[in-house]
Write a protein that binds this ligand. Structure first.
Ligand SMILES: [Zn+2]
Length: 197
């Protein structure tokens, strides 16, 4: 299938860049980079269990998944994660830590970089199914259902292994606030005083 330059409309031609064969414009600097899409997933801890939603859309209709979704270009992944929680489980979620970063290879679609967080419900937040969910429920860790996506299975496996999970009880006390995950750029800006020379 032909692809076209977003600048001048010319048909792209093969070009080898850094050892990869890509498609590039013969007239200008446009290159069709095969970049991954970025998606988040959140393990929301509630009373010893975690929150899953049962999907009302494809892919994975009728199957359970973690709240999460794609990161927009202008969003910090942590903000995307909490936005998706609001949309999918109708609850304000506070992120309490980073679980992991994963490459999710795909064929026939862009591969993905998955970023998973741990989180908990904000004070007073209640669960309700968002538009893309048939229902949301809290599952105990020893009775988790099969999930819609292998990448979410991987996140949960990682979560179940994580030493931080043992501290989950501790997060309900005062420690939680100190561990709130803010977008990295902002928190770095806050914790470092400006330096001048
Ligand atoms: Zn062009």
């Amino acid at each position: 299938m032909s692809h076209f330059c977003v600048n001048c409309g010319a048909t792209l031609v093969p070009r080898v860049i850094d050892g990869r064969e890509l498609e590039a414009c013969p007239n200008d600097s446009f290159v069709l980079w095969r970049d991954p899409k970025v998606a988040t997933a959140v393990v929301v801890e509630v009373e010893g269990g975690i929150v899953l939603g049962r999907r009302s859309i494809e892919p994975g209709y009728g199957l359970w998944c973690l709240p999460g979704g794609f990161v927009n270009d202008d969003e910090d992944p942590a903000d995307a994660a909490t936005r998706e929680c609001l949309e999918e489980i109708n609850a304000q979620v506070e992120l309490t830590g980073l679980l992991g970063v994963y490459h999710i290879p795909k064929t026939g679609a862009p591969s993905m970089v998955g970023i998973s967080y741990r989180g908990r419900l904000a004070d007073g937040a209640r669960l309700a199914a968002g538009a893309e969910m048939l229902e949301v429920r809290v599952f105990q860790l020893d009775s988790l259902p099969p999930l819609a996506f292998p990448s979410h299975e991987r996140v949960l496996a990682e979560y179940l292994r994580s030493p931080a999970r043992a501290e989950a009880g501790e997060l309900r006390s005062g420690v939680a606030t100190a561990r709130h995950v803010s977008p990295p750029s902002r928190s770095r800006a806050q914790s470092r005083p400006p330096r001048r020379r």
